[in-house]
Design a protein around this ligand. Structure first.
Ligand code: NAD
Length: 455
């Protein structure tokens, strides 16, 4: 199914139109052709936290009013879904009962932005109730849930797109292009090291992300972004993973602890003190709605219940023979990543700062080294939306008509699965002390050349 089919089949059906191979035609155009009143894509969203309300809520309403309309919002927290509705700026009904929302509003498209470990419930049931799905990453958190999603997609014939916005950052697309163009000959190995800082990195330890049962650990919640990039750049499927990981800094390693920052007697001495009350939006979305579910957005990073790793390293072998050395450190003074692609004819290097840039430059830089030749500095201007400009490009490709996919950035369930599965394999490898084969986890069999499906 191509991109437009993904979004327009149901909308077209709703309007009583015949849908016959209209690839590349947006919902709005379909209706113009049929001379019918515009039937926009009917969108429902589950999970009105900051990601759901921002990137997939208010921004969609602002940016794509001609193509979509919200028909329902749902969250298990009654206060947050009402706050979310005001923030997003819509008049649709709100629900705490997902089944009720789906049955009453019959959306064409369901957007899933709940806590990671719950994504599968809504992806699967959403497809069963007739919707195509857009889900935030990670698609899910363990191998059984991955399999259940793959089975449901097959059973229902519905489509699920996984929103790997990292692929859409212009400098990463440039890396993809250089690799594809054979600039460094045949790719043989990749060195990939990601650093989260003591602000953004620490934030994972304040929230539900600190519990493996909720996030799958940073191996899945965060590193699945990185594994997806690797899968996409290398253009092959991961085959074997061996990993180490430990908790050295947050959680039980802290000098003191409390339930959350607002109730802490160590605020003067704690470098991680975070005053959520200074952020009006977060106060309205989270603090004012604690009474409904007890969720604390400003939890202590040193709580004893933190059970995820804060330093991780893995060796990954791909089905085409490429080897990867990967690490993630979550308590760095700066945030960003170092990457090197090693090939038979040269090497591509980059040091990308994600926050707190040390200079005022407005570009990312890639260095292309060709063996026995000069190096070339390639500068890619920063994008203007979130995640290096990737967020807007991703949404444009989903919602605007006639946007092609020259860099093969579109990702469905197979890509969503393989990104999670590397992290899941790493977790399993640490538990067993052994290398884990991706083929042993689900029905997906790694292929030397990655499968591409336009969703
Ligand atoms: N692609 C990216 O760069 C990016 C960035 C941020 C977040 N995300 C993803 O977006 C998702 C949401 O992140 P967030 O930061 O907004 O989290 P959040 O915890 O602030 O919001 C999640 C919302 O889902 C609701 N929820 C949780 N379980 C539910 C259930 N069973 N039924 C109904 N509602 C439920 C919560 O009440 C909350 O309002 C996560 O999966 C996260 O990984 C992706």
């Amino acid at each position: 199914m191509n991109r437009r089919n993904f979004l327009t089949t149901s909308a077209a059906t709703t309007a009583g139109m015949v849908f016959a191979g209209t690839s590349g035609i947006a919902a709005k155009e379909l209706h113009t052709l049929a001379n019918a009143p515009a039937a926009k894509i009917k969108v429902a969203l589950i999970g009105t936290g900051s990601r759901g309300c921002g990137m997939w809520g208010r921004d969609l309403v602002k940016e794509y009013p001609d193509y979509l309309e919200f028909v329902g919002l749902c969250d298990k927290n009654q206060g947050r879904v009402e706050t979310g509705k005001r923030f997003i700026g819509v008049s649709c009904p709100v629900y705490t009962d997902f089944e009720k929302m789906m049955k009453e509003t019959k959306p064409d498209l369901l957007i899933v932005t709940t806590m990671d470990a719950t994504h599968h419930e809504f992806i699967i049931r959403g497809m069963e109730l007739g919707a195509d799905i857009i889900t935030e990453k990670p698609m899910t958190t363990d191998e059984q849930k991955v399999q259940a999603i793959l089975d449901a997609e097959k059973r229902t014939g519905k489509k699920c797109r996984v929103t790997f916005n990292y692929r859409y950052s212009p400098h990463r697309a440039k890396m993809w292009e250089l690799l594809k163009a054979g600039e460094i000959g045949e790719l043989t190995s990749v060195d990939f090291h990601w650093y989260l800082d003591t602000s953004h990195g620490a934030d994972y330890f304040r929230r539900w992300h600190r519990l493996t049962a909720c996030s799958g650990s940073l191996w899945v919640h965060k590193a699945s972004h990185h594994f997806d990039l690797l899968n996409w750049w290398i253009d092959s499927d991961p085959e074997t993973v061996f990993a180490f990981g430990e908790l050295n800094f947050y959680g039980k390693n802290g000098p003191f602890r409390a339930e959350n920052c607002r109730n802490c007697k160590h605020t003067q001495e704690c470098k991680f003190y975070y005053d959520i009350m200074k952020n009006d939006y977060y106060k309205a979305l989270y603090v004012d709605n604690e009474k409904y579910d007890g969720y604390l957005r400003d939890g202590c990073v040193f709580k004893n219940d933190v059970d995820i790793f804060d330093k991780m390293g893995a060796s990954i072998r791909y089905a085409n023979g490429v080897q990867v050395s990967y690490s993630l450190t979550s308590y760095s003074p700066y945030e960003g990543y170092r990457i090197a692609f090693n090939g038979t004819k040269g090497r591509i290097d980059a040091w990308i700062e994600e926050s707190k840039p040390v200079s005022d430059k407005n570009y990312d830089e890639i260095v292309l080294f060709k063996n026995f030749s000069k190096r070339e500095y390639i500068q890619i201007p920063f994008g203007t939306s979130g995640h290096g400009g990737g967020d807007k490009l991703l949404k444009d490709q989903i919602f605007l008509p006639n946007i092609e996919d020259p860099f093969k950035q579109c990702a469905g369930t197979r890509d969503g699965a393989l990104a999670c599965l590397v992290g899941i394999a790493a977790r399993n490898s640490i538990a067993s002390g052994k290398a884990v084969k991706i083929a042993d986890l689900t029905s997906i069999k790694p292929q030397a050349v990655k499968e591409y499906r336009r969703v």
